[in-house]
Design a protein around this ligand. Structure first.
Ligand code: FES
Length: 255
């Protein structure tokens, strides 16, 4: 084994949404610096399980930065604060032996704690349900070059489509706003020919759903952009606001 770390973890433990939570301290020794953050938690959970204690609940699936399942606040930063990095892709070499690492769930009224580090993200699903799809009949898949899409619009759509819905943007925002998430979905679909037919209704429905789901408003803090592991820019929010205004005044949506 290469270089290892001895750590003190202060982890938020909470049985369920109805009970109060608290930080619990754990000491962990000989953690390989090449381990991922989730692998470090796996080591802790194996230790807890073997001693008959309840393991720490945390979400994960792909562990490759793709699915958006993982996420927690690490020392006050969503996903640990490394640029363009999900929690599953954060590695222990970013820490020093002797560090005290504070780990807590993403905090927002709209994201209630299910258990420990797991939060209920169905409020984001409801935003998607309200318009994050294309329902017009587009027929079978055409030949790739048959529908021409301008390069800048294709880039705009693909950049927005990289959102994995992890909710780090909500957790990082002092207003717990879901504007970056919602705008990513709105701009992704509305920038492409297949999605433009419903773009006006989509932006109004999704923004309205976001407001009724308990998320706060954007006040241009830019913390969502800094926390986003997929580097989605706040210019996506500006685009959504422009489209929302155009849709509400029956204007044609700009590109
Ligand atoms: S577990 Fe899939 S993005 Fe982290």
């Amino acid at each position: 084994m290469g270089k290892t770390l001895d750590l003190t973890l202060r982890i938020w433990r909470q049985k369920n949404v109805a009970t109060a939570g608290a930080f619990v301290t754990y000491d962990l020794e000989h953690i390989d610096i090449n381990a991922s953050f989730l692998e470090m938690l796996d080591v802790l959970n194996e230790k807890l399980t073997l001693s008959g204690d309840d393991p720490v609940a945390f979400e994960h699936d792909c562990r490759e930065g793709i699915c958006g399942s993982c996420g927690a606040m690490v020392n006050g930063k969503a996903h640990g604060g490394e640029k363009k990095t999900t929690l599953c892709q954060l590695h222990m070499r970013h820490f020093k032996s002797g560090d005290v690492i504070v780990i807590e769930p993403f905090r927002a009224k709209a994201l209630p704690v299910v258990k420990d580090l797991v939060v209920n993200r169905s409020a984001l699903d409801r935003i998607i349900e309200s318009g994050g799809y294309i329902s017009v009949k587009t027929g079978s898949a055409p030949e790739a070059n048959q529908i021409l899409v301008k390069k800048d619009l294709a880039d705009q759509a693909m950049d927005a489509a990289s959102c994995i819905g992890c909710s780090a943007c909500v957790a990082a925002c002092p207003n717990a706003s879901a504007m970056l998430f919602t705008s990513a979905k709105v701009v992704h679909l509305g920038s492409l020919p297949q999605g433009s037919t419903e773009a006006a209704a989509r932006v109004v429905d999704m923004v309205d759903q976001m407001k009724t789901n308990g998320f706060g408003n954007c006040s241009n803090e830019y913390l969502c952009e800094a926390a986003c592991p997929k580097d989605i820019k706040v210019s996506t929010i500006a685009k959504m606001n422009k489209w929302y205004k155009q849709a509400m005044t029956n204007q044609r949506l700009s590109e």
